[in-house]
Design a protein around this ligand. Structure first.
Ligand SMILES: Nc1ncnc2c1ncn2[C@@H]1O[C@H](COP(=O)(O)OP(=O)(O)OP(=O)(O)O)[C@@H](O)[C@H]1O
Length: 532
């Protein structure tokens, strides 16, 4: 049941020979795909394979150069997102399209046809939304402002908004990339309920376990073309991985723990504390202490939002703590005179931030500028009288080399940073930071939104850097990633470090116990987790 449908009905969506080119890049090549109504259809493929472009065409954001689209068996023209919505197509993007200062309810009403709401008082809209929430399990606090809502709830709001506007076909672009495992489970529950109500769901994801758990059928894309479409019962994660990448992929551990190359830490932080909102009594980071030695990868495990981001920001010099000290490469810093990012770079501390768009790059800059961002004042990049200018030729050549080494596609140093797919943006940032041969690398969510071939590559790069003597702090919400890479693991919970385990003591079970442990009972929790 991959091509046609349940009960012989026409496909909810049929894409026929869709092609789309951006300059020299052929993003979609004669793509044909049919999605049965009331099913979840996975769309997988390497970064840059053309998945988002294809869905943007279905949602009326881009126009196909060739090919056509059918919805419920009827050929349709979709020239804008408004037309897509009118046809019952909704899309939830990776980056939410919500207004921070407005309430959830106002966000649902914003941007919809005024005539649509003229007939409905706000109170009635609220009642209808509440009924929809009960039916679907999409619970959202309608009166909270968007700024107050956690990421999982924002995503539910986006889905609710799409459904309220009549979406029967829902496109989700990597919906779980930003979710905790618990939020992912909740989302899947909702999606199953929506499917049972007849909604057709197109799901872009890099997580093959999710495809196997949720989808009815899956399409694999590579280099803009469809490699295959099959029913979920006819494939496996290994088979999908091989179809995506064109070779076998190994994401497992490559051996036991590495021994640090010296017992003297290159970075030692003590008592790091960051207070939450005034009067809340909450600590975003509570008395956290940590040491990194050359030649080891220390994994930080924890449910997102438990102080990992603050830890990275403080150690990278992006924010000063309220209390604590830092010893880095022979220098000491105190809360009152904290490290700044430039000094951090001078001391050979590199940082791959969790939020690559906000902190890792300037989206409007070409790739060659992103490839030097933060390091552009180094003498090697300066040119002209008194070194006032930037040596663009050198930078472009260096970017071309980085792109080759890190397989950044397309290999175009002049392309705007925003024009690269998410995974390729990530590879460019990693290439920049690793290229500085750091003594310490802080890395947050290194493979978020990255395809499995690139995950394998990035993992190998991090191991190679570790083996060359770099001390790496790895924050990841993917336990698999921590288990595959780390030599020892610290667990964070409610801003505190609640335990530390050598990698050979780690399992999903005992890490999970520590992640859920009450920080006031640290010892008991740590003991419980390591008990046989
Ligand atoms: N607006 C654009 N201008 C130029 N090139 C673009 C544009 N949008 C996408 N591309 C290129 O088209 C190709 C397909 O990109 P797309 O974002 O569709 O891939 P994807 O499969 O969704 O990747 P990812 O998994 O990384 O999100 C890539 O090479 C990308 O760089």
């Amino acid at each position: 049941m991959t091509e046609s449908s349940r009960g012989g009905a026409a496909p909810a969506v049929r894409l026929c020979d869709i092609s789309k080119r951006f300059g020299a890049v052929q993003a979609n090549r004669a793509v044909s795909l049919a999605v049965a109504p009331g099913t979840v259809h996975g769309l997988v493929g390497e970064n840059g394979a053309g998945k988002s472009t294809l869905m943007a065409i279905l949602y009326g954001y881009y126009h196909a150069d060739e090919g056509h689209i059918e919805v419920d068996g009827q050929r349709v023209a979709i020239a804008s997102s408004q037309q897509a919505i009118a046809l019952g197509i909704g899309m939830v993007h990776q980056h939410f399209m919500l207004v921070d200062t407005l309430s959830a309810l106002d966000n649902v009403m914003l941007g919809a046809e005024p005539a649509f709401f003229l007939s409905r008082a706000k109170r009635q809209v609220r009642q209808e939304l509440e009924a929809l929430m009960r039916d679907t399990g999409l619970t959202v606090r309608l009166d909270a402002t968007v700024a107050e809502l956690p990421v999982g709830e924002l995503q539910r709001l986006e889905i609710l908004k799409a459904l309220y506007r009549g979406a029967r076909i829902l496109i989700l672009d990597e919906p779980t990339a930003v979710l905790t495992p618990q939020e992912t489970d909740q989302l899947f529950e909702v999606l199953r309920r929506l499917r049972a109500r007849g909604t057709t769901i197109l799901l872009i994801t890099h997580k093959l376990r999710e495809v196997m758990a949720l989808c009815d059928a899956v399409t694999v894309m590579r280099a803009g073309a469809v490699i295959k479409t099959c029913a979920i019962g006819d494939t496996s994660p290994e088979d999908l991985a091989e179809s995506m990448v064109g070779r076998k992929v190994n994401l497992g551990r490559a051996g036991g723990a590495a021994k640090p190359q010296s017992d003297t830490p290159v970075l030692k932080a003590e008592g790091l504390t960051v207070a939450g909102d005034a009067g809340s009594g909450v600590h975003l980071l509570g008395n956290a202490s940590l040491a990194l030695r050359p030649g080891e990868i220390v994994g930080v495990a924890g449910v997102s939002g438990n102080g990992q981001s603050e830890l990275l920001e403080v150690l990278a010099g992006m924010r000063a703590p309220d209390a604590g000290t830092l010893h880095l490469a022979g220098r000491d810093f105190h809360a009152a005179a904290w490290l700044d990012p430039r000094t951090a770079r001078d001391l050979k501390l590199a940082h791959v931030p969790e939020d690559r768009h906000a902190l890792g790059m300037v989206l409007s800059f070409p790739a060659w500028e992103t490839a030097a961002l933060g390091y552009h004042e180094q003498a090697q990049y300066r040119a002209g009288p008194f070194g006032l200018g930037i040596d663009q030729r050198h930078l472009r050549a260096q970017t071309a080399t980085m792109m080759e080494q890190f397989d950044v596609r397309p290999r175009n140093a002049d392309l705007g940073s925003s024009k690269f797919s998410g995974g390729n943006q990530q590879k460019l940032i990693l290439a920049r930071e690793i290229g500085q041969h750091p003594a310490v690398l802080l890395v947050g969510q290194p493979t978020r939104g990255v395809d499995i071939g690139a995950i394998e590559f990035i993992h190998n790069q991090l191991r190679r850097l570790r083996d060359a003597g770099c001390a790496i702090l790895l924050v990841s919400s993917e336990l698999d990633e921590i288990l595959a890479l780390a030599d020892r693991v610290v667990v964070m919970n409610a801003g505190r470090i609640t335990g530390e385990l050598a990698i050979d003591e780690c399992s999903e079970k005992n890490l999970g116990l520590l992640m859920a442990a009450s920080p006031t009972h640290d010892k008991t929790a740590a003991e419980a987790a390591t008990a046989p």
